[in-house]
Write a protein that binds this ligand. Structure first.
Ligand SMILES: C[S@@+](CC[C@H](N)C(=O)[O-])C[C@H]1O[C@@H](n2cnc3c(N)ncnc32)[C@H](O)[C@@H]1O
Length: 282
């Protein structure tokens, strides 16, 4: 029950305090996201007009979101969308909320010396984040994307439609339903968390589907699947580029070597942790 009306400034201050008391890390940013989402305005608006009054209905909606957030629901799920590489993507409980770390994969991919009409495959596409970011930057690349979850496939297709980016998305359990064609670049941010990792019971990871997070008994199963036929799937001079856990770079590089990929390189994320592995078919 809302006791009295509040202005934008008052609501922001009160909600921030509530979040801070509950130990929410980015209290100010989170309250701003909620208000911006409700009003469909950017943050400049409510700092320019802090005296604008919120209606009781708006306050009730905000209160409901604050309650959900304090109960642990990911902010992105409350908003129903999340930004990745400057694209606003619809998200859903079917798959991972795109992470900023994955933007490293995009940066590395864009630096590769590929042919202008490169054929590219994003495996385990989820929201379509990687495929769509690349299509935005390189409209001439022919980009395919797969996920084994039908709901994720539908979501990626919807995001592609809404963003008017021409990416082909279909359902496949890794390579199983992918036609026998070869690619210049294959990328993946696969499930790679070790099943015993305590992070799985913390923060947003508690809510996201295990199918998007856990990479088998040692966290590396997906890499083995991706690598098994890789020599038959990459064009000569083609690349495999994957995201991995900060403590998996040596193990992943070893798997790449075993699959006879060459010029293996590891790239760091924005926190300086090894996060992305690249290998080439020579
Ligand atoms: C870590 S999420 C990455 C999602 C998205 N690429 C991103 O970076 O935000 C891993 C994705 O792989 C998909 N996946 C898991 N197992 C798969 C399999 N056997 N075949 C295809 N996709 C799979 C999951 O459904 C999930 O969408």
């Amino acid at each position: 029950m809302i006791a009295r009306k509040l202005t934008l400034g008052e609501w922001l201050a009160a909600a921030k305090l509530k979040f801070q008391k509950a130990g929410v890390e980015n209290a100010r940013q989170e309250t701003e996201y909620l208000l911006a989402h409700l009003l469909q305005k950017n943050t400049a608006y409510f700092y320019a007009y802090p005296e604008v009054e919120l209606s009781i209905q708006q306050l009730e909606q905000l209160e409901a979101w604050v309650k959900e957030r304090l109960a642990g629901k990911p902010l992105a799920w409350i908003l129903g969308e999340w930004d990745f590489w400057g694209l606003t993507l619809e998200i859903s409980p079917a798959t991972l909320i795109p992470r900023a770390d994955t933007e490293r994969l995009i940066e590395v991919a864009l630096d590769l010396p590929l042919v202008p009409k490169a054929r590219v495959l994003d495996m385990g596409t989820g929201t379509g984040a990687i495929a769509l970011a690349l299509k935005k930057e390189r409209p001439n690349w022919q980009i395919d994307a797969v996920d084994f979850k039908l709901d994720a496939v539908r979501l990626a297709r919807k995001n592609a439609r809404q963003l008017e980016l021409d990416v082909r998305v279909w359902q496949s359990n890794w390579w199983q339903q992918i036609p026998p064609q070869t690619y210049d670049l294959i990328l993946s941010n696969p499930p790679y968390i070790h099943p015993d990792d305590p992070h799985l019971s913390q923060g947003d990871l508690r809510y996201e589907p295990k199918t998007a997070l856990v990479g088998g008994e040692d966290g590396l199963d997906a890499y083995r699947e991706l690598l098994a036929p890789i020599q038959n799937r990459l064009n000569l001079g083609g690349y495999l580029l994957v995201e991995q856990g900060y403590d998996q770079s040596l193990a992943v590089a070893e798997l790449f070597t075993h699959a006879k990929l060459r010029d293996i390189k590891t790239y760091q994320d924005y926190l300086g942790q090894p996060r992305v592995t690249l290998g080439c078919k020579t």
